[in-house]
Write a protein that binds this ligand. Structure first.
Ligand SMILES: Nc1ncnc2c1ncn2[C@@H]1O[C@H](COP(=O)(O)OP(=O)(O)OP(=O)(O)O)[C@@H](O)[C@H]1O
Length: 232
């Protein structure tokens, strides 16, 4: 399996505060990888290094073998990465369709377009002319994921997608992420919901105090061990 995303000894900062210390990990093409860790260990900061919110002072990130660190952030989506940020970032005064078209503006070829996203999430199609404002939490998450898919990414990065969602919706998300991965998109999942992690991820890395301390196949980890990695 070819390596799609590689962090190589990355140190990341907010201003003068170092949060990530020499973080290295890889996500292969089409893989499903979870980043685990307790609150405040730096999981979101890993995502923030990908979108320029945190600064990289040492090390490098590669995407598809190229130095991602050199790609201007406004071009990042064109290089094949789509990020669903914690909090979803729906633009409330744009319609559902306009929110989706923001993702499509990346203009990468692939199977995802308005029709295929509406096929995946019929409720978004039914409400396409409604503003993003007023969607339920689950519908907002669908919209955020649909918008990311519109960019036809090779890698979908998800930061705590289960946050605030009912268990039944989390079950639907698990099915959805497996489906997206079966279609060939790699998934990097930052999550604290055990059910979602176990159903989606095949491999994991554990972050502790800004460093990777453990990695392996999820199949080899008991629910209790997983719980220990993510609870305070
Ligand atoms: N914009 C910021 N400026 C300064 N420090 C920050 C900023 N964002 C986060 N931090 C700090 O960086 C550390 C890591 O935070 P981060 O959000 O990456 O952790 P996390 O593992 O994602 O936690 P959680 O599970 O609570 O979301 C924390 O100590 C946090 O207070």
């Amino acid at each position: 399996m070819s390596v799609l995303l590689a962090f190589d000894q990355v140190d990341a900062y907010y201003s003068q505060a170092r949060i990530l210390n020499g973080v290295s990990f890889e996500v292969g093409a089409g893989e499903r990888v979870a980043i685990l860790g307790r609150n405040g260990v730096g999981k979101t900061t890993v995502v923030n290094t990908l979108c320029g919110i945190a600064d990289i002072h040492a090390g490098a990130i590669k995407l598809g073998g190229k130095r991602y660190t050199d790609v201007p952030h406004y071009l990042a989506a064109r290089s094949g990465i789509a990020i669903v940020l914690q909090g979803r970032g729906i633009i409330p005064n744009l319609t559902i369709e306009e929110n989706l078209m923001l993702g499509g503006a990346v203009d990468r070829p692939g199977r995802w377009n308005l029709d295929t996203v509406y096929e995946l999430f019929p409720i978004l199609g039914e409400r396409r002319r409604n503003p993003g404002l007023g969607l339920s939490g689950g519908q907002q998450q669908m919209l955020a994921i649909g918008r990311a898919l519109m960019a036809n990414p090779e890698l979908l990065v998800l930061d705590e997608p289960s946050e605030g969602l009912a268990p039944v919706i989390i079950d639907e998300l698990a099915e959805l992420f497996r489906h997206v991965a079966d279609e060939g998109t790699a998934i990097m999942l930052i999550e604290q919901n055990i059910n979602l992690i176990q159903r989606v991820a095949a491999r994991y890395y554990v972050l502790s105090k800004g460093s990777v301390t453990e990695s392996g196949d999820l199949a080899g980890m008991t629910t209790q061990q997983l719980q220990d990695h993510i609870t305070i």
